[in-house]
Design a protein around this ligand. Structure first.
Ligand code: DGY
Length: 340
């Protein structure tokens, strides 16, 4: 891939293309870009407010972006000469895809490389919330551990319980694979039923969302954020869940109505939650911070060093492909592709 990029970019561009990288990424990815392009690198974690992003994007042909960059229709309509927005994430809800397509801008993401890493974190949150691992850690650290007691920090079993997976794509299925090792029963809900061989391999049963919520001990969210999934889990859905159930979210915060979740947790409508994503990141609903039965992590689903490095390189390779006039491997708006 990289060798192909080397040859093709050298051949096709006597003038090196210009790329804006909106915030810090792994250095290997910057080195790769710099071999072929002029790079305007915002090497900070703060990134660029919209007006600065627009100013710095002038004269560029590609943008390597992250999920904190908001490409609204208004921003996209002001971009000129940009051929590709290469997002370093599998999710691309930060980009108004229709607006990008209308503007003829290719949008790419970084699927697959983060599937297992994200599934690991989802399962970690599930275990941590069920077995009260974070509470235990705090208990030991704060010197409260004076005695052993029969029900000290007793939580819920995970093994042999029922896991409901909402969204049975790559990450949802990877979570199911982990659950098999814990002898869990797997229910899943998605818009489309998975192929029979996948259901068989994962011993997973396709049910309605309502049936899943009623019967699961753990519910793990793995849908992308879009207009159909925003607040997919609200007060009504939480009310269907078991009072002993634990809700896990490593997808996108707005899939769950956070206000309703706080109420459900406070009132014991469900037992706990493990959350890696939030409605208004990095702001976390103050109600969630007060609840001991909630485990919170700062959107680190794909954050292993290996995976984040791969994601950065993948985004850069997508950008390079678009710059040399090829269809990028991870194009999410094929309608914008006009061929070579
Ligand atoms: C993604 O890739 O969409 C994650 O949320 C960030 O890694």
């Amino acid at each position: 891939m990289i060798v192909r990029a080397e040859v093709a970019v050298a051949q096709l561009h006597s003038v090196r293309p210009s790329v804006l990288v909106t915030k810090r990424i792994f250095p290997e990815a910057i080195e790769l870009l710099e071999r072929y392009c002029e790079v305007d690198y915002e090497a900070t974690d703060d990134g660029l407010p919209a007006e600065q992003l627009l100013r710095r994007a002038r004269g560029k042909q590609a943008i390597v972006s992250q999920l904190t960059d908001k490409f609204t229709a208004d921003v996209i309509n002001q971009l000129q000469g940009i051929r590709v927005i290469a997002n370093v994430a599998v999710g691309y809800d930060n980009v108004d895809l229709d607006a990008a397509t209308r503007a003829g801008i290719l949008v790419t993401n970084t699927p697959d490389v983060l599937t297992d890493t994200t599934a690991d974190l989802a399962f970690g949150l599930l275990l941590a919330a069920a077995r009260r691992i974070v509470e235990g850690h705090q208990f030991v650290h704060s010197g409260q551990w004076k005695n052993w007691a029969i029900d000290l920090l007793a939580g819920y079993d995970v093994h042999h319980k029922t896991l409901g997976i909402v969204g049975f794509g790559r990450i949802g299925r990877a979570v199911a694979r982990r659950a098999l090792g814990f002898s869990m029963q797997i229910l899943y809900y998605d818009l489309e039923r998975a192929p029979a061989e996948v259901e068989q391999e994962l011993d997973a049963r396709y049910v309605s969302l309502e049936e899943l919520l009623r019967n699961s001990d753990f519910v793990s969210i793995h849908v992308p954020l879009n207009s159909n999934t925003r607040h997919l889990i609200g007060a009504r859905e939480l009310g269907l869940m078991k009072p002993t159930a634990i809700l896990i979210n490593t997808a996108r915060g707005p899939v769950i109505d956070e206000e309703a979740l706080v109420r459900a947790l406070r009132e014991g409508i469900i037992a706990g939650a493990g959350l890696d994503v939030f409605e208004n990141e990095p702001r976390v609903h103050p109600g969630l911070l007060e609840l001991r039965q909630v485990v919170l992590t700062p959107h680190i689903g794909s954050a292993s060093i290996e995976t984040r490095r791969k994601m950065c390189l993948m985004a850069v390779e997508n950008a390079l492909a678009a710059l040399r006039g090829e269809r990028p491997p991870n194009l999410v708006n094929p309608e914008a592709w006009k061929g070579n």
